[in-house]
Design a protein around this ligand. Structure first.
Ligand code: PLP
Length: 392
């Protein structure tokens, strides 16, 4: 099998053919600036208005609450820094230990750049990657400017109880942001019922192109722009609009709204077949993350006593794309912060592999991986001193 078997959809996704088709005219014949006074530019402006409505529709928001950005990271930064500026007297942020670096590193830099005046509480997770709501309640105080907790984790797919957490924050008058980059398009979201102030999403995780994102800002929530410039996005985010990508994102949101439940049933079935096949055929393999409270497309499995990077290289020889939960940093192999937060033992954390599927995957691809991976693991274990010494 020489074609690429792509199971790394939490890293990025293929642009859907319908999305590409919707975008193409805006690279060639419809290249006007949406802010121009002439009708030629106005046509692009109208297409962006349509895209804004498509995004709002998927989320149960109003179009005025949608701000187009360049990516999920920009949306996260904008939300958090906006809360910091809206509450200059408050100096405390609550996040979780398993946030994406877009939130985790920003919170850390806020702490460091203010000479440790800004405090960050990072909520722990249990061995299944779940948060403790009691710990969360206790973390909030009168100095808390914002809570920023992801809707679904990118490594394990674990889904957090955002509705309950946002309600608790609201009762305390604290702003709530959720990084929903991995959740949008995979689970239904209705912002009429979900009491968050800010929500981030990223186009390239839901079959739209890279380089476009959205920040949802609830009407009435305090907001300060991050990219300051022209009057675009009603003065809330400067910079000429990435028209083609915004129009592509609108189309992707429309497709997600129509297809999500049907696609999720298919994707979950494939994911479960892959997971069950690998866990059954490979001894000393363990699922990371809660079994049911999870995105339908994600499975993260540890193969004990082997290195994730080595597994990925062998999978790559078959053109299978997945990703590893460990990262090689400064010469030492450090398991990811998510695996560490979950307390996954060293011998398992190093061998964790994430498969993240999409509607473009097939049953043949799942069967192929379930056939090829067991001998790869067996061969790597033959060479692993940890495997041979495991019972000593
Ligand atoms: N948040 C989460 C949970 C993610 O998984 C990612 C990307 O992997 C991001 C934020 C960053 O999104 P972007 O790549 O669009 O900046």
């Amino acid at each position: 099998m020489s074609k690429v078997i792509y199971m790394d959809n939490n890293a990025t996704t293929r642009v859907a053919p319908e999305v590409l088709e919707a975008m193409l005219p805006y690279f060639s014949e419809l290249y006007g600036n949406p802010s121009s006074m002439h009708r030629f530019g106005g046509e692009v402006g109208r297409a962006i208005t349509r895209a804004r409505a498509q995004v709002a529709n998927l989320l149960g928001a109003t179009p005025e609450e949608i701000i187009f950005t360049s990516c999920g990271t920009e949306s996260d930064s904008t939300a958090i820094l906006s809360a910091v500026r809206a509450n200059p007297e408050k100096r405390h942020l609550v996040i979780s230990r398993v946030e994406h670096p877009a939130v985790k590193n920003l919170a850390e830099s806020l702490h460091n750049l203010t000479g440790h005046k800004y405090q960050v509480t990072s909520l722990g997770v249990d061995s299944e990657g779940m948060l403790d709501l009691e710990e969360y309640r206790e973390a909030l105080n009168d100095d808390t400017a914002m809570v920023s907790v992801m809707m679904a984790n990118n490594e394990t797919g674990v889904i957090f109880p955002i509705a309950e957490m946002a309600e608790i924050a609201k009762e305390r008058g604290i702003l709530f942001h959720t990084d929903a980059v991995q959740a949008v398009g995979k689970v239904p979201i209705n912002l009429q019922e979900l009491p968050v102030d800010f929500l981030s999403l990223s186009g390239h995780k839901l079959h739209a192109p890279k380089g476009v994102g959205v920040l949802y800002v609830r009407k009435g929530s305090p907001y300060a722009p991050f990219v300051i410039g022209g009057h675009q996005e009603r003065g809330r985010r400067g910079g000429t609009e990435n028209s083609a990508s915004i129009i592509g994102l609108g189309k992707a949101c429309e497709l997600a709204g129509m297809m999500m439940s049907m696609e999720n049933t298919k994707v979950k079935k494939l994911r479960d077949k892959l997971e069950e096949g690998l866990l059954a055929k490979i001894p000393n393999s363990l699922l990371n993350g809660h079994k049911t409270c999870r995105l339908p497309n994600t499975t993260n499995i540890s193969f004990e006593y082997v290195e994730g990077e080595a597994i990925l290289l062998h999978l790559d020889e078959y053109n299978i794309c997945a990703s590893s939960g460990s990262a090689c940093t400064s010469g030492s192999l450090e398991p990811s912060h998510v695996m560490r937060a979950m307390g996954v033992p060293f011998t398992a954390a190093h061998g964790s592999i994430r498969f993240s599927l999409s509607v473009f995957n097939t049953e043949d691809e799942v069967d192929f991986i379930v056939e090829k991976l067991p001998p790869i693991i067996a061969n790597l274990r033959e060479m692993s001193p940890f495997w041979h010494n495991r019972d000593k």
